[in-house]
Design a protein around this ligand. Sequence first.
Ligand code: IPM
Ligand code: MG
Length: 372
Amino acid sequence: MAKYKIAWLPGDGVGIEVLEATKIILEKLNFDAEYIHGDIGWDFWCREGDALPARTIELLKNVDAAMFGAITSKPVRQAEEELIPELKGKGLVYRSPIVRMRQLFDLYICLRPCKAYPGNLLNYKENINLVVFRENTEDLYSGVEFNTVPKELSDILAKLSPPFSVFKNLPSDEYAISCKINTRRGSERIIRAAFEYARENGRKRLTVVHKANVVRATDGLFLEIAKEVAKDYPSVSMDDANIDAMTMWLIKNPFNYEVLVAPNLYGDVISDLCAQMVGGLGFGCSGNIGTKLGVFEPTHGSAPKYAGQYKVNPIATILAAKMMLEWLGESEKAASIENAVAEVIKEGKVRTYDMGGSNTTLHIGEAVAEKL
Ligand code: IPM
Ligand code: MG
């Protein structure tokens, strides 16, 4: 029996291709795993009304880790239109399967390392080496939203003047509400995970990203907890910045930052910004990590316009596999993947279109495998 069971979730679009390239490397490494395919993605929504079918949830309960490619997400109304006729009008609600997976399995850490590998012509600046810790289960992703506001709620809001007085005479279908919900527990565990990481990896600086000057209750709580937790980690110096200023500082002095920790939505935003600084989404890898399960993925989406062309850069996914190995405790194998990727980038001989080359997704997989 293989040492590890890995759920293999290609999803759709280019997700399928980038996972294929990654498999070449894991196989060459003799990673002792059984890969079990799981259905996820747009096709399953259209045919079954569920982009994350129950059988895939069962599978995820019984594996050590998962590799996930990408899925197509569409706005709610369009999603409803694409259901097969038998499923239309049944009140099925499309929700992103990756967000559901994060919440169902309590994958509360979204870990996104952003490192400028030397020789990558797409690097914004050299020496960028920072890690984003994004809270992954709550905040504006809580899923508590109202397209039509229930009367009980609109009555309460109408009483809360002056800030809500603009809603006073509005019919309840004239506004929508998305709730930002942040718990003490959810905030504390991501902040603690970031501090632990900083301490273990000799990182000296940790920056808390928020907007506590305006979003006082939720972000205020996040910042307050960060200040409490910081006391347990005297070797790490904590500072904080508003999300808007943070985007500016990151562009100005990215190499000054080491570890960033943020509530879910701000973490989503800054992780794309950071990925772009180290070469774009072709280089942004991500780990969704809980206490029992880790799901590893590229940060990019399914890029439907490139689907089937084997054109996109699989390095983000290959680096996600490296994160998976690290998380499983296979640090030597993880390090050899990273070194091989770094060499391929530095040599610059095999490059996909984003890097100015004309090699395919699988060429990169093969080139990395050759360096192992
Ligand atoms: C990400 C993506 C997802 C998110 C989307 C696809 C739901 O942008 O992983 O960063 O918003 O979390
Ligand atoms: Mg994102």
